[in-house]
Design a protein around this ligand. Structure first.
Ligand SMILES: O=C(O)C[C@@](O)(CF)CCOP(=O)(O)OP(=O)(O)O
Length: 326
C-alpha cells in the first residue's frame, strides 16, 4: 500500500487571513491563489501492518516530535475515513527554498493528502482531497489544483462546503511571478499565530472582512477576463489591507522589513515608467512581483539593482497534484 504524489506551492492573490474554526481550519474569508510551477513537494507514503508507529522523513531527516504530532493527527483523519488502522512511513522532499518565504506547508500537505489517500485505498475526488489537505494547512487546500484557484470559505459549521475549486488552468493564462528574496535576519511571526492574534485583537480586522469579499470577486472576474491591470491592482490592495490588520494587533507586529518597502517602492516606480508590475506579500518580508511575460526581464533587471535583493526566483502558473510511479 504505497503511493507517491507531487504538489506545487501556491501564492495567494486574495489572502486567507483568519479562521472561523481553528480545529477544522475553516477560514473567515474565501481566498484565491495561483499555483506555481517552480516549487513543489514530492511525498511517498507506505502503509503497512508491519509498522508499529508512524515515521516521517522530511528532506532526509527524521522529523522533530512537534512536526511528527501534526502528521500523525493528519494521518488519523485519513485512517478514520478509510476505517484502516495502519501505520505509515512517509518520505517527503521539499523543493521549496525555505528562505524564499513560500509556505512549503501548502505543497507539503497537498502532496501528503494525495499520496496517503491513494496509498490507503481511499477513493476521493479533488474536492474531498482539498478538504483533507485543508486540515493540514489552509493554503494547502488550493494546491490540489493547478493554475488559478479559489478556496471557498463555506458557511457550514462542519466544513462540508469549505473546499477549493479551479477557476482557469495554468495553460489558460501565462503570467510571471518573480519571488524576490530580500536579506533579513528577523524571526517572523508564523502565519498561523499571526492570523490568530489579528482575528482576536486587531480593531482593523473588521475592515479586512468588509473589504475582502469584494476584492475576491474583482480578482476572480479579472482572471476570467484575463485583465492583468485589474488583477494587479486588486492583488496589491488586498495584500496591503491584510498587512494593515497586523499593525493593530495586540501585541502589534509587522512582516515588512525596510528591504520589503524598498522593493514595493521599486514596483511603483516600474509602473510609473509604464511597466506593469504589482506586488503581493505573505507572512514574511519577501515580495512576490507579478508581471506579464513581455515585461519579465525589464522587471528583473530593475529589481536586481537593489542591494537588498538577495535572489529572484522566476515562476509561472503551475500544475495541480500528480501521482508519480512508486
Ligand atoms: O496563503 C495565504 O492565503 C495567505 C498567507 O500565506 C499569509 F499571508 C496565510 C497562509 O496561512 P497557512 O500557512 O495556510 O495557515 P494555516 O491554515 O494555519 O496552516
Amino acid at each position: 500500500m504505497k503511493a507517491t504524489a507531487k504538489a506545487h506551492t501556491n501564492i495567494a492573490l486574495i489572502k486567507y487571513w483568519g479562521k472561523r474554526d481553528e480545529q477544522l481550519f475553516l477560514p473567515t474569508n474565501s481566498s484565491l491563489s495561483v499555483t506555481l510551477d517552480k516549487f513543489y513537494t514530492e511525498t511517498s507514503v507506505h502503509f503497512s501492518p508491519d509498522f508499529h508507529a508512524d515515521r516521517f522523513i522530511l528532506n532526509d531527516q527524521q522529523a522533530d516530535p512537534k512536526e511528527m504530532e501534526k502528521i500523525t493527527t493528519f494521518l488519523d483523519r485519513i485512517r478514520n475515513l478509510s476505517g484502516k488502522s495502519l501505520y505509515a512511513t512517509i518520505d517527503s522532499k521539499n523543493y521549496v527554498p525555505t528562505a524564499a518565504g513560500f509556505a512549503s506547508s501548502a505543497s507539503g500537505f497537498a502532496a501528503l493528502a494525495a499520496a496517503a489517500t491513494k496509498a490507503i485505498g481511499l477513493d476521493v475526488d479533488y474536492r474531498q482531497l482539498s478538504q483533507i489537505a485543508r486540515q493540514g494547512s489552509g493554503s494547502a487546500s488550493r494546491s490540489i489544483y493547478g493554475g488559478y484557484v479559489e478556496w471557498q470559505k463555506g458557511e457550514k459549521a462542519d466544513g462540508s462546503d469549505c473546499y477549493a475549486l479551479p477557476i482557469i488552468s495554468e495553460q489558460d493564462w501565462d503570467i510571471r511571478v518573480l519571488s524576490v528574496e530580500v536579506t533579513t535576519k528577523a524571526k517572523k511571526v508564523l502565519s498561523r499565530e499571526g492570523m490568530k492574534r489579528t482575528v482576536e485583537t486587531s480593531p482593523f480586522y473588521s475592515g479586512w472582512l468588509e473589504a475582502v469579499e469584494k476584492d475576491l470577486i474583482t480578482a476572480r472576474d479579472a482572471i476570467k477576463e484575463k485583465d492583468f491591470e485589474k488583477l494587479g491592482h486588486v492583488v496589491e490592495a488586498n495584500a496591503l489591507k491584510m498587512h494593515a490588520t497586523t499593525l493593530g494587533a495586540n501585541p502589534p507586529f509587522m512582516y515588512w522589513q525596510s528591504a520589503t518597502v524598498e522593493v514595493m517602492q521599486e514596483v511603483e516606480e516600474l509602473r510609473a515608467a509604464g511597466i506593469e508590475a504589482y506586488f503581493t506579500i505573505d507572512a514574511g518580508p519577501n515580495v512576490k512581483v507579478l508581471c506579464q511575460p513581455k515585461d519579465e526581464h525589464a522587471v528583473r533587471d530593475k529589481l536586481s539593482l537593489l542591494t537588498v535583493v538577495r535572489e529572484i526566483h522566476h515562476c509561472r502558473p503551475g500544475p495541480g497534484i500528480t501521482y508519480l510511479p512508486i
